[in-house]
Design a protein around this ligand. Structure first.
Ligand SMILES: Cc1ncc(COP(=O)(O)O)c(C=O)c1O
Length: 391
């Protein structure tokens, strides 16, 4: 039957009925190994018992009250995120793009409150992705995403990825801040060099700019630390998180230092659903697991093993694969063959992966993926590559 959905997602055919851990199942019982995890969302795999329990217990108690009242679960989640990061304050919303919007608003409001209302422009880097609402598409300025949608440049400038001179040259007396993904996701799983992040921090301090890290994709332990910036020694003023934070339940967070967050006075921003009791309960349950004993060690052991084995695959298929990128369990496989065709072949072999820029394949397994599942993924990938001529 013809779908009544808008066609912005094309017309996917595959549909799943249920999921468990690293596997998804069709209604007909076909099993797929999921190394896409809802594009880095289901961080604990499908239907993790701790998350199912947290959600159903909360659902039987209280779903939603609005932010006109205190929400215990959400207060607790904010406190935990603040204690685990550079931040002093948290704002909750329902998605990555909303968290980015909140961050952009705080950047502008900060300068407005300091008596510099002309400072509105925000610098972003090329091949970035910050979401699909108007300000994030203006920031990333990807013509595929902006065509027909924007009025002017909406107050954003772009500089080439990783070029320290270009970013210094782009700063003017109307610049308010800089936004960057410490590991670019959609752009091709590209690590931003530490020296470049240090340079950005220096520039922001020198010019009084706000530094914002978009960790919607690389955050929540995906990179091997709770947030990727924690491996760099460079702290932002604002950090946005979403995807894995709810393990599949929609939640976004904008974390900030007191200095910048203090401009968000009563009435300056809000969200009807943001940080409701259900989201708070699931977010806390995700943190219970991810910060639990041994979780990060096991994640990093598995990540090291997977990356080593993938390097081996690059060595044995040098005509088809170029290199492995990323950090932790946020892995890019830069291809020499067409990435879309490889993804389609892997799907035929019942393994799910995602495309990224730079002709890359993204591997985003559950953070609690085990060795057996990793070996299965490697075996599927290897046999797809070995049989490529006949694929
Ligand atoms: C780095 C980054 N920022 C923002 C977003 C937008 O998140 P959402 O799709 O939840 O709005 C994404 C989504 O892929 C992302 O990867």
């Amino acid at each position: 039957m013809k779908s009544a959905l808008m066609t912005n997602y094309g017309s996917p055919e595959l549909e799943f009925d249920h999921g468990r851990g690293s596997y998804l199942y069709t209604a007909g019982g076909e099993e797929y190994l999921d190394f896409a995890m809802g594009i880095a969302v289901n961080c604990l795999g499908h239907c993790h018992p701790t998350l199912v329990r947290a959600l159903t217990e909360q659902a039987g108690k209280l779903w939603h009250t609005s932010n006109l009242y205190r929400i215990g679960q959400t207060e607790r989640l904010a406190r935990r995120l603040v204690d685990l990061t550079f931040a002093d304050r948290a704002f909750f919303c329902n998605s990555g793009t909303e968290a980015v919007e909140a961050g952009f608003k705080i950047i502008r409001r900060y300068h407005h409150a300091k008596g510099n209302p002309q400072r509105k422009r925000i610098i972003a880097v090329s091949e970035a992705f910050h979401g699909r609402t108007l300000a994030p598409i203006a920031a990333a300025a990807n013509p595929l995403h902006t065509e027909g949608f924007l009025v002017g440049d909406a107050g954003f400038d772009q500089v080439p990825f990783g070029d320290p001179d270009a970013i210094a040259a782009a700063i003017s007396d109307t610049t308010a801040g800089i936004v960057i993904e410490p590991i670019q996701g959609e752009g091709g799983i590209r690590l931003v060099p530490q020296s470049y992040l240090e340079h950005l921090r220096q520039l922001c301090d020198q010019h009084g700019l706000v530094l914002m890290f978009d960790e919607v994709q690389c955050g929540l332990a995906r990179s091997g630390t709770l947030y990727a910036y924690q491996q760099t020694g460079v702290s932002p003023d604002i950090l946005v998180s979403a995807k894995g934070l709810g393990g599949g339940f929609p939640i976004g967070a904008c974390l900030a230092t007191e200095q910048v967050a203090s401009v968000m006075v009563a009435g300056s921003h809000g969200s009807t659903f943001g940080g409701n009791p259900l989201a708070g309960a699931v977010g806390n349950a995700v943190l219970d697991e991810v910060t639990g004993p041994g979780f990060m060690d096991s994640l990093n052991d598995n990540a090291r093993y997977l990356r080593e084995q993938l390097q081996g695959l690059v060595a044995s298929h040098p005509d088809k694969l170029e290199k492995i990128t990323g950090a932790g369990l946020m892995i890019g496989v830069k291809c020499r063959i067409n990435n879309g065709e490889l993804i389609a072949e892997l799907t035929r072999r019942k393994m799910l992966t995602v495309k990224a820029g730079g002709n890359s394949l993204r591997l985003l397994p559950a953070l609690n993926v085990n060795r057996r599942e990793i070996d299965q993924a490697l075996q599927i990938l290897d046999s797809a590559l070995r049989n490529w001529q006949t694929a």
